[in-house]
Design a protein around this ligand. Structure first.
Ligand SMILES: [Zn+2]
Length: 107
C-alpha cells in the first residue's frame, strides 16, 4: 500500500494495481445480439470485437468509415488497437477484427 497525499487524494492505493494492462482475448457471447465476440483489455481499455476477422483491407476501411475501431489479434492472443503509429510493426500482421458494433456489447 502506498499512501498518497493532497486534498484531492485521501485514500490508499494498492501497489498491486496494474494500469494499462492488456489481457488475452476470451470468447464471449454478446448479451444483446447473442453473437460470439472476443473480449479483452488493450492497454487498460476494454475491447469487444466480432469473432470473425475482417476478410481484407477493404472491409477494414469500411469498418473504420463506420466509426468502428479495428484490432489485430496478436500471436499471444491479445487484441491490439490498430492506429497509424502501429501499422508498420510486423507484429500487427495478424488477423484484423472490427469492434463489435452492437450497443449491448459492453454490458
Ligand atoms: Zn451484440
Amino acid at each position: 500500500m502506498v499512501r498518497t497525499s493532497g486534498p484531492a487524494v485521501s485514500r490508499y492505493i494498492p501497489t498491486t494495481t496494474k494500469h494499462f494492462v492488456s489481457t488475452e482475448a476470451k470468447l464471449a457471447i454478446c448479451p444483446r445480439c447473442t453473437r460470439p465476440v472476443l473480449r479483452a483489455h488493450d492497454e487498460g481499455i476494454p475491447a469487444c470485437v466480432d469473432l470473425v476477422p475482417l476478410p481484407n483491407l477493404g472491409a477494414e476501411i469500411a469498418a473504420i468509415a463506420r466509426g468502428l475501431w479495428t484490432y489485430t489479434r496478436l500471436r499471444n492472443g491479445y487484441l491490439a488497437y490498430r492506429d497509424t503509429t502501429r501499422l508498420a510493426d510486423p507484429a500487427m500482421a495478424g488477423q484484423v477484427h472490427a469492434e463489435h458494433a452492437c450497443k449491448g456489447a459492453s454490458a
